[in-house]
Write a protein that binds this ligand. Structure first.
Ligand SMILES: N[C@@H](CCC(=O)N[C@@H](CS)C(=O)NCC(=O)O)C(=O)O
Length: 328
């Protein structure tokens, strides 16, 4: 069983395993996990694109007051040095100071691994973020970002401060599904398929698919403000989380070096546009992002040097207002 994503490369090719905790919070009468304020807790890393999606949904829906969030330290550490050599997400400890990282004051866990072990005896899978935790039963409700975002969007509307925000609008559903069907493999997971490949051929295949898909996005975004239409949707949040990490991390660390995102006029302006949406920009902590990737994969970056980069200003003006709502 793979204990981290770094162990999911077989025959040179990275193949991500499915998430294992797949319960649903639901408004249906009698649901095992009903939506309630102060019952659920979200564990994330600011570095992780999948976890950051969930945080963006929590913020955009106005669920900060109802669902607590705990943020891990950026760099993986030894989770159980006396037992094995697993490295993974760690919480802040007394006496440590890493801005943005937190102690786990809810469960007093030292690591995300501890949480999986509290929730499930005999679990042998990966210890990934995001984790949506049920405080009442001390269980993991779900650890799959695409389902957590759906629950935050649909099931908490009686509690959310912005129930009107719908990032899966019915009229764009087909378009969202269609975009996600190629962006996941080629872009979101595509950068990992480049970075975690250990043979030339699978790396180059992933690389070519990635840049074909980015060209396709560039073309779509030359005609409309957002990737699934002229409204902000879940498909944008997904894409953004990869784009914002691209120039600072993936180009170097994952060898996705055909082009920077800032060389694509539409993609770059689009990234700035989304960054400037408060609930989205608030999820971006570039210190955590850079220090995680460059510091946690010694097989890729043995000395853990963090490249300085260009410190791109994503809050600079963008040109996406040129698409008026009327053209939707
Ligand atoms: N399919 C999951 C993927 C989550 C995931 O792979 N998270 C990474 C961080 S970006 C992780 O926690 N990795 C820990 C490990 O590989 O041990 C989701 O979308 O929620």
């Amino acid at each position: 069983m793979s204990r981290t994503s770094l162990h999911e490369t077989h025959d040179g090719e990275f193949k991500r395993k499915e998430s294992e905790f797949r319960h649903f919070i639901s408004r249906e009468p009698g649901a095992e996990f009903p939506p309630e304020a102060d019952r659920y807790h979200l564990y994330i890393s600011y570095a992780c694109p999948w976890a950051s999606r969930c945080l963006a949904f929590l913020k955009l829906k106005g669920l900060d007051h109802a669902i607590g969030v705990t943020v891990t330290k950026p760099k993986w550490g030894e989770t159980k040095p006396s037992v094995d050599d697993h490295h993974g997400w760690m919480f802040l400890e007394d006496g440590e100071d890493v801005p943005g990282a937190m102690k786990d004051s809810l469960n007093n866990a030292k690591s995300i691994r501890d949480l999986y072990e509290i929730a499930s005896t005999g679990y042998t899978g990966k210890y990934t973020v995001p984790v949506l935790w049920d405080i009442k039963t001390m269980r993991i409700v779900n650890n799959e970002s695409s389902e957590i975002t759906k629950m935050f969007n649909d099931e908490f509307n009686d509690i959310a401060k912005h129930p009107e925000v719908d990032l899966f609008p019915e009229h764009l559903k087909a378009s969202i599904d269609s975009v996600n069907s190629w962006t996941y493999n080629a872009i979101n997971n595509g950068v990992y398929r480049c970075g975690f490949a250990t043979k030339q051929k699978p790396y180059e295949e992933a690389f070519n698919q990635l840049f074909e898909a980015l060209d396709r996005c560039e073309e779509i975004l030359s005609k409309q403000r957002y990737i699934a239409g002229n409204e902000l949707t879940e498909a944008d949040i997904r894409l953004f989380m990869t784009l914002i990490r691209f120039d600072e991390v993936y180009v170097v660390h994952f060898k996705t070096n055909k082009k920077f995102i800032r060389e694509y006029p539409n993609l770059f302006n689009y990234t700035k546009d989304l960054f400037q949406v408060p609930g989205i920009g608030a999820t971006v902590n570039m210190y955590h992002i850079k220090h995680h990737y460059y510091g946690s994969h010694p097989s890729i970056n043995p000395f853990g040097i963090v490249p300085v980069g260009q410190k791109i200003d994503y809050s600079a003006p963008h040109d996406r207002d040129r698409f008026s709502k009327e053209s939707a």
